[in-house]
Design a protein around this ligand. Structure first.
Ligand SMILES: Cc1ncc(COP(=O)(O)O)c(C=O)c1O
Length: 364
């Protein structure tokens, strides 16, 4: 081992990398927020829901029996997709489910964006998009946000490469209107437009009703945020039947069973217990508004949020310092030491008690 390390050091290559392909050698993988275990931690760094899934979901998971686990799950997740189709007023063939919406994005990038043209997305956005571009060799074309960090869809070049953006955007939390998305779809007709609605439960208007009108529109959503199931890994996409069929082809060339039996049972129960999620979502929105006003009173600039997190510019350039001190005090938030972001903190909305602790720590 020591000899190998010495040889590696002499030849200036990292241990192990000589067996990797060029693609893997040049990857810069996505770095998720810290999952610190144990201790007295207030975790506001990965936009998880502070409330548990509905009791009906827990019961549905408990009811899954040994036979269901012994066998492979339904590869097409028909019952779950039917529940989602009725809930959103679309057909079964307009619905695709996957192992978290990150997996759906990975499949969609391969299905629609590897056509040799550039992929357009905002210059400040979900940092998984450049990672997938890297992985698949897709050329990114970034679209600048406005001075107030809003996303003007006018800046996208219609039909000059596919388009992806989150609505609301991440990490800014700023939403784009239904009318603006529709208007871009009227102009952008020749390539796919993927609207990533991971946080749509907290204020933005979903464009799922438009999938029948625009055959190039794909909308992705997740059970991780509004439905408190980040640990289960369940995502969903809606689109024209032909678009969904493209995703199915890629899925079935990669992993036929991405949604396990537990996730299918829990997803169905979650859709059925909508009242529970409307209540927890409203509580999070109320807590968000309280947090925004407390941060604003302390000199933070907080962007208008339609998500379960806020993007807040710390007073006097103190974001990096605050991030470190909060982390030492057991309050985890997200910070990127990158040019356009280094003055900002992304803070997930927890329970009222979590947010009171955050504010008390900031004061301290
Ligand atoms: C904008 C955006 N899209 C997609 C995801 C992926 O969510 P999941 O894979 O948990 O469904 C996230 C997760 O934080 C996100 O912020």
């Amino acid at each position: 081992m020591l000899v190998a390390l010495v040889i590696c050091a002499r030849h200036k290559i990292e241990p192990m990398t000589r067996f990797w392909t060029d693609t893997v050698n040049r990857l810069t993988p996505y770095v998720p927020g810290e999952q610190r275990a144990g201790g007295d931690i207030t975790k506001l760094n990965t936009n998880e829901n502070p409330y548990p899934p509905s009791p009906d979901v827990m019961e549905a998971i408990r009811r899954v029996n040994g036979d269901q686990l012994r066998r492979y799950p339904d590869p097409e997740s028909v019952e779950l997709r039917s529940a989602l189709a009725s809930y959103h007023g679309v057909g079964l063939d307009n619905v695709f489910v996957g192992n978290g919406s990150d997996e759906i994005l990975a499949l969609a990038f391969l299905a629609y964006f590897t056509d040799g043209r550039a992929l357009q997305y905002p210059d400040i956005t979900y940092s998984f998009y450049p990672v997938y571009c890297d992985l698949y060799g897709i050329e990114p074309k970034t679209i600048a946000l406005e001075a107030d960090y809003s996303l003007s869809l006018e800046r996208f070049l219609p039909n000059e490469g596919s388009i992806i953006f989150p609505n609301p955007n991440a990490p800014t939390a700023v939403a784009t209107s239904f009318e603006d998305v529709k208007s871009l779809l009227d102009r952008h007709t020749e390539q796919v437009m993927l609207v990533d609605e991971a946080y749509a439960d907290f204020g933005a208007t979903s464009v799922i009703p438009l999938v029948h009108e625009y055959p190039n529109l794909l909308v992705s959503q997740t059970f991780s945020k509004g439905r408190s199931l980040a640990g289960l890994r369940l995502g969903v996409a809606f689109g024209d039947a032909a678009l969904i069929d493209g995703l199915q082809r890629v899925k079935n060339s990669f992993n036929s069973y991405p949604v396990d039996a537990l996730a299918q049972a829990a997803g169905i129960a979650s859709i059925a217990d909508d009242a529970y999620y409307r209540t927890t979502t409203q509580t999070i929105i109320d807590t968000r508004e309280w947090t925004v006003s407390e941060l604003t009173n302390r000199g933070f600039e907080v962007l208008p949020s339609a998500a379960n997190f806020v993007f807040a510019k710390a007073p006097a350039g103190a974001a990096g310092h605050l991030f470190t001190r909060l982390s030492e005090a057991g309050v985890l938030v997200r910070y990127w030491d990158k040019p356009a972001l280094s003055q900002w903190l992304r803070i997930s909305i927890g329970t009222p008690g979590d947010m009171q602790r955050l504010i008390a720590c900031i004061d301290a």
